[in-house]
Design a protein around this ligand. Structure first.
Ligand SMILES: NC(=O)C1=CN([C@@H]2O[C@H](COP(=O)(O)OP(=O)(O)OC[C@H]3O[C@@H](n4cnc5c(N)ncnc54)[C@H](O)[C@@H]3O)[C@@H](O)[C@H]2O)C=CC1
Ligand SMILES: O=C(O)C(=O)[C@H](O)COP(=O)(O)O
Length: 376
C-alpha cells in the first residue's frame, strides 16, 4: 500500500510504516501525477483535495487531514468516489487556546493593560473556544460566548449575538470554521461595517482562518487611524499575504497557532487510528512513546503570584513574541511556507510540572499546567 504524506506531518513513519510504504510530498505544490498511484493521502491544510488532484488516483481508498479545519477538502467529491475521509477534530485545540493565552499575557505586559476585570468575546465555542473558556475560568477575565449554531442546537444557553458581544467586549478572539455562504457564513464575519463599530482600543485576535476577517477593510481602518490592537495568525490568501497589514499588527505569525508538537502529532495519531479502522486493523501505537522529553519540565514557585508572574510562567513555555519576531524578520527573505516548515519546537503547558503554593494551584492547573500537589 502506498501512503503519501505531507512533508510537514510529524511521526508519519513511526505510526504508518507498518501499514504500507510511506512517501512524502510538498503540500503546497503536489500534483495529480504524484498522487496517481497512492492508496492513502495524508494532508495538512495547505493542499486543496478535490477532483483536480484525485481524478487519476483510481486506487485511493483513504484521505486524511491532520487538521481541525476541513475547508480545503471537497468532501462531497470524496463521498462520490467512495473514498473514506477523516479529519482530526480537536487535535490542536489546546495549542490554539494556549496561543491566545500567550497573546493576552504578552499584550498585557507590552501595552500595560490589566487583564483581570476585562471582557473577552470568544466567537465560535467549539473545541478550541471551549478549551479557551476552560483554561481562562479562573483568570479574572469575563468571558462572553458567541456561537449562534450551538445556540440554535440548544447547547449554549449563554450565547450572545456577535454585534452585542463586540460592543461589550474589550478583546475578541475568533474560533469559527470558514463557511463561505448560508445562514452562519463566517467569511468576512468581521466585515468593514463591524470593524468601524469596534470600540476604541479593542484587541482583535484571529487564529481561525484568514478569510473570517476582511483583511483589506482592517488595513484601511488602521491606516485611517482607528485605534485597534491586532494579533493575527491567519491571513487571507496565504501564503501571499497583505504585508502592509502585518506592519500594523501588534503580533503576527505564520498560521502556527495550532503547531505545538503535541497538537501536530495528535493529528497524525488520529489519522493512524482512522486508517486502521478503515482497514480493519488494530491501532496499537501510542503517541506518548514518540514524544521527546521537554527542555523545561519543572518549576518551583514559592511566593504570591501577580498577573505579571502568571504571564512569565506562560511565556516560559510559549511566548507569542518569539513567533512575531521570526515572522517580521524573515518573511521577506524566506517566505510564509518556509517559516511554517521551519517552525521551532513548541510544547504544550502540560509539559511543565509546577510546585506552587496552594492558593495558586487551581488557577495554574486550569491554565493547563501540571501541578505537584504538595502540602504547604
Ligand atoms: N490557526 C491555526 O493554527 C488553527 C486554526 N483552526 C481553525 O479554527 C477553527 C475552529 O476550530 P474548532 O474549535 O476545533 O472547531 P469546532 O468545529 O469544534 O468549533 C467551531 C465552532 O464555531 C461555531 N460557529 C460556526 N459558525 C459560527 C458563526 N457564524 N458564529 C459563531 N460561531 C460559529 C460552531 O458552531 C462550532 O461550535 C477550525 O475550523 C480551523 O479553521 C484550527 C486549528 C488550528
Ligand atoms: O488544524 C487546522 O485547521 C490548522 O489550521 C492547522 O493547525 C494548521 O494547518 P497546517 O499545518 O495543516 O497547514
Amino acid at each position: 500500500m502506498k501512503i503519501l504524506a505531507d512533508q510537514n506531518m510529524p511521526l508519519v513513519e513511526e505510526f504508518f510504516s507498518s501499514l504500507g510504504q510511506v512517501e512524502r510530498y510538498d503540500g503546497r505544490n503536489v500534483t495529480a501525477e504524484q498522487v496517481k498511484e497512492a492508496d492513502v493521502l495524508l494532508t495538512r491544510s495547505i493542499t486543496k483535495v478535490n477532483q483536480n488532484l484525485l481524478a487519476q488516483a483510481h486506487k485511493m481508498k483513504f484521505v486524511g487531514t491532520a487538521t481541525i479545519g476541513v475547508d480545503h477538502v471537497d468532501q462531497a467529491y470524496l463521498k462520490e468516489r467512495d473514498i473514506a475521509f477523516s479529519s482530526a477534530p480537536g487535535c490542536n485545540a489546546i495549542a490554539v487556546a494556549e496561543y491566545v493565552i500567550s497573546a493576552l499575557y504578552a499584550y498585557s505586559q507590552d501595552c500595560n493593560v490589566e487583564l483581570r476585570g476585562k471582557k473577552l468575546a470568544i466567537v465560535g465555542v467549539g473545541n478550541i473556544g471551549r478549551c479557551l473558556q476552560q483554561k481562562l475560568q479562573h483568570s479574572g477575565i469575563e468571558l462572553i460566548l458567541c456561537d449562534p449554531v450551538r445556540a440554535q442546537q440548544g447547547t449554549l444557553s449563554e450565547h450572545v449575538d456577535i454585534d452585542a458581544a463586540l460592543s461589550e467586549a474589550d478583546f475578541v478572539t475568533f474560533h469559527v470554521p470558514l463557511v463561505k455562504s448560508g445562514e452562519h457564513q463566517t467569511k468576512h464575519l468581521l466585515n468593514e461595517q463591524r470593524i468601524k463599530q469596534l470600540k476604541t482600543g479593542m484587541l482583535v485576535i484571529n487564529a481561525s482562518r484568514g478569510d473570517v476577517i476582511d483583511n483589506q477593510a482592517l488595513l484601511r481602518a488602521k491606516q485611517a487611524g482607528q485605534e485597534l490592537e491586532l494579533i493575527l495568525d491567519v491571513w487571507e490568501n496565504e501564503p501571499t499575504i497583505l504585508t502592509e497589514l502585518m506592519e500594523v499588527c501588534l503580533y503576527t505569525s505564520v498560521h502556527i497557532a495550532g503547531h505545538t508538537l503535541e497538537g501536530k502529532a495528535r493529528g497524525t495519531q488520529m489519522l493512524y487510528e482512522a486508517l486502521c479502522k478503515t482497514l480493519g486493523e488494530t491501532a496499537n501505537k501510542q503517541l506518548d512513546a514518540f514524544l521527546p522529553i521537554p527542555v523545561v519540565s519543572q518549576c518551583q514557585l514559592n511566593e504570591t503570584l501577580s498577573e505579571t508572574d502568571y504571564g512569565r510562567i506562560v511565556h516560559l513555555i510559549y511566548d507569542i513574541r518569539r513567533d512575531n519576531g521570526l515572522m517580521r524578520a524573515n518573511l521577506e527573505s524566506q517566505g510564509f511556507d518556509v517559516l511554517r516548515k521551519q517552525y521551532p519546537v513548541r510544547r504544550e503547558f502540560s509539559t511543565l510540572n509546577i510546585s506552587a503554593p496552594h492558593a495558586h494551584q487551581v488557577k495554574l492547573q486550569q491554565l493547563g499546567f501540571r501541578i505537584e500537589m504538595n502540602e504547604e
